[in-house]
Design a protein around this ligand. Structure first.
Ligand SMILES: Cc1cc2nc3c(=O)[nH]c(=O)nc-3n(C[C@H](O)[C@H](O)[C@H](O)COP(=O)(O)O)c2cc1C
Length: 190
């Protein structure tokens, strides 16, 4: 395992994966990391769906692309129209993170779990990328039918998903961080 700051600083979104499936022991660690993320009022109102079935990923992908084509954002329209674009980048494993829609802060609860998952993956040298596709399809009737197939608990919906797989290529191109984003407000010294 890598040391925590090294993991945080070396993680990058990986969008090119080996076909080889990740090991169950690695997946177990990654899921445990997600479950140990903080949650609003400690409710842990989250659900992790591990998808290693290409057919269901294809269904989510094709509906997400349909939504992208209908959006008023040019780069998403282009992605949605690109036959070769797979929103999951052919990752062998995708974890859909769902939250309880009526809970205090489901979006944040799912986001912190997602970050824990991506950091644990990086610590294991596994590539990861946050993918919005599973959340995007919650907006459409067709998308809702696909989500039903995930068997989520009642009143849960996907808020994000994480693509996982062994990295085809390493990324060391970490961009410099923005400056001037920290302000201290401290007691005045006497
Ligand atoms: C809320 C959120 C949504 C994102 N959605 C997507 C996505 O749908 N597809 C994708 O390829 N990357 C997605 N990303 C990954 C970002 O593009 C990526 O984190 C950003 O470009 C910075 O690169 P890095 O992760 O390598 O530091 C998302 C990230 C966040 C935080």
């Amino acid at each position: 395992m890598k040391e925590i700051m090294n993991v945080i600083k070396s993680r990058r979104s990986i969008r090119s994966f080996s076909n080889e499936q990740i090991k169950q022991e690695e997946l177990d660690v990654i899921l445990e990391a997600g479950m140990y993320a903080p949650s609003a009022a400690g409710k842990q109102a989250r659900y992790f769906t591990v998808i290693q079935d290409q057919q269901i990923l294809d269904e989510i992908s094709s509906e997400a692309k349909r939504v992208y084509r209908s959006m008023n954002v040019e780069f998403l329209q282009n992605l949605g129209s690109n036959e070769r674009f797979d929103p999951f980048f052919h990752a062998p494993t995708v974890i859909v993170i769902s939250g309880e829609i009526n809970s205090i802060a489901p979006n944040s609860d799912c986001a912190v779990a997602a970050q824990n998952i991506m950091l644990a993956a990086e610590a294991l040298q596994i590539g990861s990328c946050w993918i919005s596709a599973s959340a995007v399809i919650t907006q459409t009737e067709e998308g809702k039918k696909i989500i039903e197939k995930l068997g989520l608990p009642e009143d849960y919906a996907p808020f994000n998903s994480i693509a996982l797989g062994y990295k085809k290529t390493e990324r060391h191109d970490v961009p410099p961080r923005r400056e001037g984003v920290v302000n201290y407000i401290r007691n005045k010294q006497e």
